[in-house]
Design a protein around this ligand. Sequence first.
Ligand SMILES: [Zn+2]
Length: 102
Amino acid sequence: MGLITWIIILGGMSFMLWYGFNLLVRRPGIDASGDGPGPVAACHLCRRTFPIRYMVSRDKMAGFINYFCGDCIEGLYNDYIGAQRDGTISPIEKLREGISRN
Ligand SMILES: [Zn+2]
């Protein structure tokens, strides 16, 4: 293969690495106009995009932040309470009590 082919292959690989890294460390977008909804982010669960002032955030390791919308949080809460009521899962308090006794 010629030198041009290698340059194209290396350039393509470099672009893929750069693009993949940017996808991983993607931060909420900033609305440059200043009169819009403000920074937005995709909910980590449903992937819908909302202004971050309507979302709850949690820091993960290595500086990544997850954002969660109210619909998903409410759904998780209802699933959690419902599963406890059904006896499918135990309340987390029982685990905490067990840990504190040891
Ligand atoms: Zn969501």
